[in-house]
Design a protein around this ligand. Sequence first.
Ligand SMILES: Cc1cc2nc3c(=O)[nH]c(=O)nc-3n(C[C@H](O)[C@H](O)[C@H](O)COP(=O)(O)O)c2cc1C
Length: 166
Amino acid sequence: MYTIISGTNRADSNTIKIARQYDYFLRQKGIEPNFLSLENMDVNHRSPAMIQLEKTILIPAKKFIFIAPEYNGSIPGVLKSLIDISDIKNVWWGKKALLAGVSTGRAGNLRGMEHFTGILHYVKVIVHPNKLPISIVDRLLDAEGKITDPATVKVINQQLDEFIEF
Ligand SMILES: Cc1cc2nc3c(=O)[nH]c(=O)nc-3n(C[C@H](O)[C@H](O)[C@H](O)COP(=O)(O)O)c2cc1C
């Protein structure tokens, strides 16, 4: 089972738009992923809602796709907090992850993806080496939040094909 995590709590983020595109491309390949947005999520304590989320879409997932925006040169704090409050052994150990970074700047969260790789390795998650920086994201999305740039569509699909085989 696949779970896509949109790694920000910012409302109306570009990250969630990119994450929805990953969801769409995966479905085109015959895979029906779960989708988790960190918007409106309380990651400050292990609430009943958090425990329920773990049971339904985090623990059963074998593969995670993280879409993480670049906030001040790294991943958002809310994404680290999700890891910190989770049941580490049951949610993460031995699982696999694919990463994409999102920014309006030029880096596409390259540095944040490296930081996050270190964290994921610490919780025994195997990270796919093809990490995709999606930079100047505001120029890649149309009014409906779809990616218009064919080169970006191509590299996302390549990345997903590799992850399916991973
Ligand atoms: C708190 C915060 C910090 C940010 N820091 C950076 C940054 O370090 N580098 C960058 O290129 N863009 C930065 N941005 C802009 C984001 O790249 C931009 O908002 C992009 O759309 C991804 O974030 P979003 O998913 O919240 O929209 C920052 C945005 C916020 C809200």
